[in-house]
Ligand binder design. Structure first.
Ligand code: ATP
Ligand code: MG
Length: 411
């Protein structure tokens, strides 16, 4: 049983209670902000001296993730440690876990970082979760490639490890394309997934404590563009209520079956079932807060990052309440080069998007990650938009999207 690490208390090592995070990206930065708001000190391990979380943390250990001395320093500084991206070597979390509470555990992260293990976990959990992944086959030898079932085509070949934002995946129409794609991906272990006709996509964030208590945030409806999350809508009418309830129940079951501690996000596809009714297919999970949960910062009485702090520190996890309808707009680096979305006017030097005009609209909350350079497809920040009603939030969002030159909302 984990002891409670109270904020502002002195730790066992005689310093102010410090929480640590492996990885210094934007998710780590928002964890640090939530921890600091509650009175914790923070330590970040990330080799990048300009990492978004490292820049604002009390301590920043700048070593590789598997560096023994770096890990020893982190353990010395911190009473408990979490992670902010799933490609942190699970072995490093295992090392830390021998000496400090680590949430999520190395086993949970190892499952989430490997699509084959992850899908096997979904299949194992199906009796309690009620959801299955898309039909798939593991491909890591020429024999398995040749034996790939024909009914998985057309499909998507995805690397088992290290994929994110649609990277490391190729759509394949037939066997020739499949073989070419496997070559292109370097013949690393992959999964071939059947290409499904998606009606929509949604995701659920849950927080689970070491005592097994689990709470769910409302269900997010997600829109991807070019394999990257573009928009998240969380309000009445965005999703069928019964379907959303099933997604929440399934996510809790998946977390329980892993004995997961921390914040977990599970992504789902919504397809037409055999009887024409909307049906859930589980896609993947992230062992950490998720881009689709950023709206919780401004629209709920508990953010996904505070939930991560609480789960790590052994503090209570009351069920979060959404107090405002919300839409989250991702801000990619492209916005800095295509003022007002005009590709033809692409500027060489980055230009700041029109924040003053955006922020003049009520209910707009800007979150920029402090990244020093904008690049095509790079997540630079997000905007949470809240309002008194769904109509108001959609209206403000339409104005924001127009100001930024982004495609409008679906009707
Ligand atoms: P993330 O940014 O969430 O980490 P990722 O790179 O791990 O993404 P996936 O979530 O597997 O990739 O896929 C990215 C997107 O591609 C999905 O959100 C979905 O829009 C589409 N996609 C993936 N698999 C399928 C499938 N089997 N059928 C149809 N569309 C799919
Ligand atoms: Mg995904």
């Amino acid at each position: 049983m984990m002891k409670t690490l109270l904020p502002g208390a002195m730790s066992g090592t005689g310093q102010l209670m410090t929480l640590g995070v492996m990885g210094g990206g934007q998710l780590g930065r928002m964890f640090v902000q939530a921890a600091q708001a509650m009175g914790y000190f923070t330590a970040v391990l990330d080799p990048d001296p300009a990492s978004p979380a490292g820049l604002i943390s009390h301590f920043h250990i700048q070593t590789p993730y598997d560096d023994e001395q770096g890990l020893a320093q982190l353990m010395q500084r911190c009473e408990a440690i979490t992670t902010e991206f799933e490609n942190v070597p699970a072995g490093a979390l295992f090392t830390l876990g021998a000496h400090r509470p680590v949430a999520p555990s190395s086993q949970c992260v190892a499952t989430a970082q490997d699509r084959v293990r992850e899908k096997a976990h979904f299949v194992r959990s199906a009796p309690t979760s009620g959801v299955l992944p898309a039909p798939y086959a593991a491909i890591d030898t020429p024999e398995l490639l040749a034996a790939a079932p024909a009914d998985l085509l057309p499909g998507i070949l995805k690397t088992s490890r290290m994929g994110y934002d649609g990277k490391g995946q190729i759509r394949v129409a037939d066997r020739a394309a499949l073989a070419a794609a496997w070559d292109q991906l370097g013949r690393v272990p992959c999964v071939l997934e059947k290409l499904l006709a998606l009606k929509a996509e949604c995701s659920v964030i849950v927080a689970r404590g070491a005592d097994g208590q689990c709470v769910s945030f409302p269900v997010q409806k997600n829109t991807h563009r070019d394999g990257i999350l573009a928009l998240t809508e969380v309000h009445e009418g965005a999703l069928d209520a019964a379907l959303a309830a099933r997604a929440q129940q399934a996510t809790m079951a998946i977390a329980h079956e892993l004995n997961y501690v921390g914040v977990l996000c599970v992504e789902f596809f919504i397809i037409d079932g055999p009887d024409g009714a909307p049906t859930l297919v589980v896609n993947e999970m992230a062992p950490r807060p998720h881009n689709s949960g950023h709206y919780t910062q401004n629209a709920c009485d508990l953010s996904q990052f505070e939930a991560q702090v609480r789960a790590l520190a052994g503090l209570p996890l009351p069920t979060p309440r959404q107090h405002s309808p919300a839409i989250m707009v991702n801000l990619l680096g492209d916005l800095w080069f295509e003022p007002n979305g005009v590709r033809a006017q692409r500027s060489e030097q980055p230009v700041s998007p029109p924040w003053a005009q955006v922020l003049a609209l009520p209910g707009t909350h800007l979150h920029l990650y402090g990244k020093l350079s904008a690049r095509h497809g790079r997540k630079m920040g997000h905007l949470n938009i809240t309002g008194a009603s769904v109509a108001e939030v959609r209206d403000t969002t339409a104005k924001v999207l127009a100001l930024l030159g982004l495609p409008g909302l679906d009707a």
